[in-house]
Design a protein around this ligand. Sequence first.
Ligand SMILES: Nc1nc2c(ncn2[C@@H]2O[C@H](COP(=O)(O)OP(=O)(O)OP(=O)(O)O)[C@@H](O)[C@H]2O)c(=O)[nH]1
Ligand SMILES: [Mg+2]
Length: 525
Amino acid sequence: MTEQKNTPEASSTIDETIARILAAGEKAPETSATEIVPDPEFATEEEAQRRRILSDRARELAESAEHTEYDGEQYDLFERRSLRRVEGLSTELEDVTEVEYRQLRLERVVLAGLWSGGSAAEAEYSLRELAALAETAGSTVLDGFLQRRATPDPGTFFGSGKAVEIKEAVAELGADTVVVDSELAPSQRRGLEDIVKVKVIDRTGLILDIFAQHAKSREGKAQVELAQLEYLLPRLRGWGESMSRQAGGQVGGAGAGMGSRGPGETKIELDRRRINQRMAKLRREIAGMKPAREAKRANRKRNAVPSVAIAGYTNAGKSSLLNRLTDAGVLVENALFATLDPTTRKAVTPDGIGYTLSDTVGFVRQLPTQLVEAFRSTLEEVADADLILHVVDASHPEPEGQIAAVRTVLAEVDAHQVDEIVVLNKADAASEHVIERIRRREPHTAVVSAHTGEGIEELKELISASIPRPSVELELLIPYEHGEIVSRLHAEDAEILSTEYQEAGTRLSVKVRPALAPELERYQV
Ligand SMILES: Nc1nc2c(ncn2[C@@H]2O[C@H](COP(=O)(O)OP(=O)(O)OP(=O)(O)O)[C@@H](O)[C@H]2O)c(=O)[nH]1
Ligand SMILES: [Mg+2]
């Protein structure tokens, strides 16, 4: 995490960049046969002129700010800059294995997306989110492109004109990575890389990168590595003499030079086998870690402690809500996927019923299937919960899209039949109108602000009413010498309906969980 990312300046630059990208995307869609909506206002003479002036000036500024006329023509610098890109690239291509290559920190990136239907606003959210993802991964967003095109080019994803435009921007800005806002087929990524001459990462690769950076626990790390290898396997691309350097590496690397035959293919095969072996090992490890967690879960089940899972889109405020409800003090960050490792905390309803509350990994549109697979055991805990608090950032311009994306993932792990409360968070920053809109559609909602505490008490009541409650009603008379039973009733989450101190002992009217009832029989009146 770099410091600058959280400063207002940094985010306003991002906003400006995005505004610029969108303006450009809207006003100047590439003229191509597949263009969907011909924009009647596209490229009026005046506009074309303005754009030309702007870009000329930008270039001029860039060149004149750094040097004066005393510096001469700066051919060397120009050459060095163009050379540096090429040099950097050729080094990467020759010595770096696919795994290492992919794991190089993305530093200076150019975003590129296809706008293939849907509204301009949707294209905007997606691009904004991609920028946020890139920032979270630690990169600086330099510029971006949107191409209006009904279907991606099978070879290079973008049309050839746009691809060249991206290449030029990359060279001019000194970018080292192009991030594409979709999942690319391996061949498309290769095709595009061959044109833009720098590393191309797709949305899936970017999300995997963030997960890799954020994973803390042994299980989380293993899960992410498994997902990365799964993603990598069909995308192996040889980069020259990489194999020999790879021998002691943890993860298998790529093999043969591109297009090489014979021995080269054997190398890729070898690598594939090694990756498969590593994946099998990781799967065993992950399976081995499951019992500990399952034992804990079984223990909770046996004691019939209700479990509540917090789920929701990334950055919705899940961890903040957990902290608000339980003082858990878990990490809260204005970054995507701040939380990967589930945290479980004890909580108590206002009337003293204990339950567990778990924070989980956030979801995102197009959450890579490899990740859903790898995190299945974590996500299954959500499916196993008695209640899901589906946290929604109500201050987001399009929360419905996020709700739908979360439900898609929940359905994938069979968590869609679990009772759900839609918790509209960030009410302090949300518009009344949006909140009302969602409340009309959703039967069970709570409006809260984890920041101000608004609505938190009501949410606690709602949780209390929604979790399985003790159901066996008993009338007990507990002699004073058995005071520990009374304490136990409190500890074991009995619902105490009334207490009366009589001569023979404490007279209690309680509701307990069925498991506890037999032990209390002897005190029944
Ligand atoms: N204005 C406002 N901001 C909030 C509120 N709750 C959380 N946030 C902010 O939203 C950002 C994300 O909060 P987190 O609690 O980390 O969100 P999360 O859902 O756990 O995110 P991930 O773990 O990354 O998926 C932080 O910058 C919080 O300060 C709220 O009620 N109001
Ligand atoms: Mg979190």
